[in-house]
Design a protein around this ligand. Structure first.
Ligand code: SIN
Length: 192
């Protein structure tokens, strides 16, 4: 993964590194953090346009996971985490491994509900990565998600956990909630 040199990691005024999550990192960060807050980034939107053969699918039957794509005027809500500095290196190494299928580190400017936040690191699967699927009809994405599973569990779980977490934060995401409804229609038909 083409990472950022250590001296380019963004820092808040206290010297802490923030990670912004918009997919599985919203509901299963699985790393130590000193603080977490709902947060947003402007100019990006969340899409299930990334294939997964290492977490929510397998080679030959890939699943779909979220990435962020640039979309002027849009806002993507997620969850931001301030890292425990003592564990930062280990956490970044673990995240680089977890997000290894096509995700690059980017720096984004965060907003919080009550005002501007710090710059943060985010893992984005960009359109030039080999697992980028690109625009796909929602019904097709839903069929994939309803029927696939991988080493991290059913693809459906990724979507439902994300939708539940966004709802708990009062975040409206029409792409995610439309997919959730379509996948629910598949229950008992193609579901695992
Ligand atoms: C993220 O959640 O921020 C990155 C994508 C993922 O792990 O689902």
């Amino acid at each position: 993964m083409p990472g950022l040199p250590e001296n380019r990691l963004p820092r808040d005024r206290a010297g802490r590194l923030w990670i912004f999550g918009y997919g599985s990192l919203v509901w299963r960060p699985a790393f130590a953090h000193e603080q977490q807050r709902p947060a947003w980034v402007r100019g990006w939107t969340r899409r299930f346009w990334q294939w997964s053969t290492d977490h929510r699918g397998v080679p030959g039957a890939p699943g779909r996971v979220a990435t962020m794509v640039e979309q002027p005027g849009e806002t993507c809500w997620g969850r931001a985490y301030a890292l425990d500095p003592a564990q930062e290196d280990d956490i970044l190494a673990a995240l680089d491994h977890r997000e290894q299928q096509g995700y690059d580190r980017r720096v984004v400017q965060l907003g919080f509900a009550d005002g501007p936040g710090p710059a943060a690191l985010v893992y984005v699967a960009t359109p030039d990565n080999p697992s980028f699927a690109g625009p796909t009809p929602l019904t097709q994405i839903a069929e994939i998600i309803a029927s696939r599973a991988g080493p991290s569990g059913p693809n459906r779980e990724y979507l439902v956990e994300l939708a539940d977490a966004l709802r708990a934060m009062d975040v409206d995401d029409p792409h995610v909630f439309a997919l959730e409804a379509l996948v629910a229609d598949h229950r008992g038909v193609a579901g695992p």
